[in-house]
Write a protein that binds this ligand. Structure first.
Ligand code: ZN
Length: 419
């Protein structure tokens, strides 16, 4: 069998593995709360809060979707015309067109162009956040964050680009197989190191202060059977008024993080509800499951790029001879951009199911649906969310159930458990 035949077989195998994983790991059986209950929850929220959240989300929308469209158009213009490959050759010319200069400097230049065209929309978004009082970091803080994120992406991107094109040179016929393995490994490695290497670039993390709340949270974690070394507090207030919490990392790098804004804005019972939700993610190994799915997805993407990128008409459009040459990188980036837009609603759907399971875990662990509901109200009012966003937007991009869904789920729990 030819390498191409093996690639087709591998892609089929990875696709089956992904479908089986998604079927097994995602809690599909949990239907959302009935719509009537959601509407009742919506009716109970202060009209002014609902209006303000909707106004804010509407203000973000034009810039957000225009940025998506512009990003797509530029990726297509660079990848499906010879523009991108010429840019790569131009950047590498001072280095005699060396493959490594094309791969790393050329590749980063293409990514930078694609980023810069959406920069005005990012600035516009920041101005909306400032106008609505959510942002606290000012323009200089915003610019520093932006430069830091460019720097982090450049480091990770340079390693990935160099590794990818070095593998292609070492194994010209079978690079897709090594590339797929390398991409999967990179995803796993990033899951381990992001919390300890990258998150501290943007925030300072301190162990939660000793006190009644911390004792309560640690004993809840112990009761839940989830070993947590510490609850970390992130200095999110330097950037935003928004409240949040998350769990990240794997094994020794796993941590539960709460924003300092959450501790100042919410009551202890509400903080407990949030941490109980995060413990649900830890207990169900959602980070590990996401990492495994991401690793298989990355491997499948490399194989698919090899197969699709070797297609004659696409290569002619991009003005390159082979998908394996560094100047074909813009073509790969265009394909990845399109695939990302197509995959977004599927990822959002899976994420919502997983989040609903963590909510159910929080309710069962705290047995305090009242605190859960007041936490949801607070999340909505402080973060200026639309408690019941437009259906199309919810289906395309919502990573969490809507506020009214979550409140309705808490009330259903209260009814069923007689609380
Ligand atoms: Zn969550």
């Amino acid at each position: 069998m030819t390498p191409r035949g093996w690639a087709l077989l591998t892609l089929a195998g990875l696709t089956v593995a992904l479908v089986v994983l998604a079927a097994l790991l995602i809690p599909w059986h949990r239907p959302p709360a009935p719509r009537a209950d959601q509407l009742a929850a919506l009716g109970d929220l202060p009209a002014e809060q609902v209006a303000k959240g909707r106004e804010f989300r509407a203000a973000l929308r034009p810039g957000g979707y225009t940025a998506l469209a512009v990003g797509l158009l530029v990726a297509l213009a660079l990848g499906l015309t010879p523009l991108g490959s010429r840019l790569i050759e131009l950047v590498a010319r001072p280095f005699g067109g060396h493959w490594a200069a094309q791969a790393v400097l050329g590749g980063l230049a293409v990514v930078l162009v694609a980023d810069l065209v959406t920069l005005p929309f990012a600035a516009w978004r920041q101005s909306v956040l400032t106008r609505y009082g959510l942002s606290t970091n000012g323009w200089s803080g915003w610019a520093v964050d932006l430069l830091k994120s460019y720097a982090v992406s450049a480091v990770i991107g340079a390693v990935a680009l160099f590794g990818f094109y070095a593998v292609i040179r070492l194994a010209p016929r079978w690079w897709w197989a090594f590339g797929a393995g390398g991409a999967a490994l990179l995803v796993v490695l990033l899951s381990f190191v992001l919390p300890v290497l990258v998150e501290p670039v943007f925030n300072r993390f301190t162990p939660m202060e000793q006190g009644q709340l911390r004792t309560e949270l640690m004993s809840m974690a112990a009761r839940d059977g989830v070993p947590v070394r510490d609850v970390l507090v992130a200095d999110a207030s330097r950037r935003t008024k928004a409240v949040n919490a998350y769990v990240s990392g794997l094994g020794p790098t796993r941590r539960v993080v709460v924003y300092d804004t959450l501790l100042t804005e919410a009551t202890p019972a509400e903080v407990t509800a949030v941490v109980a939700h995060e413990l649900g993610h830890a207990k169900d190994s959602d980070v590990a499951a996401g990492t495994l799915t991401g690793a298989l997805g990355a491997a499948a993407a490399v194989v698919a790029l090899y197969l699709l990128g070797s297609w004659g008409p696409l290569l002619r459009l991009a003005g390159v001879d082979s998908v394996a040459q560094p100047s074909a990188f813009p073509l790969l980036l265009a394909l990845v951009t399109v695939a990302g837009l197509i995959a977004a609603p599927v990822q959002a759907l899976m994420s919502r199911r997983v989040e609903a399971r963590a909510d159910a875990h929080a309710l069962a662990l705290t047995r305090d649906p009242e605190a859960f509901e007041s936490m949801q109200r607070r999340l909505g009012s402080v973060n200026l969310g639309d408690p019941d966003p437009p259906r199309w937007e919810y289906l395309y991009s919502a990573s969490h159930p809507s506020t009214v869904e979550r409140i309705a789920a808490a009330r259903a729990y209260a009814r069923e458990s007689g609380r």
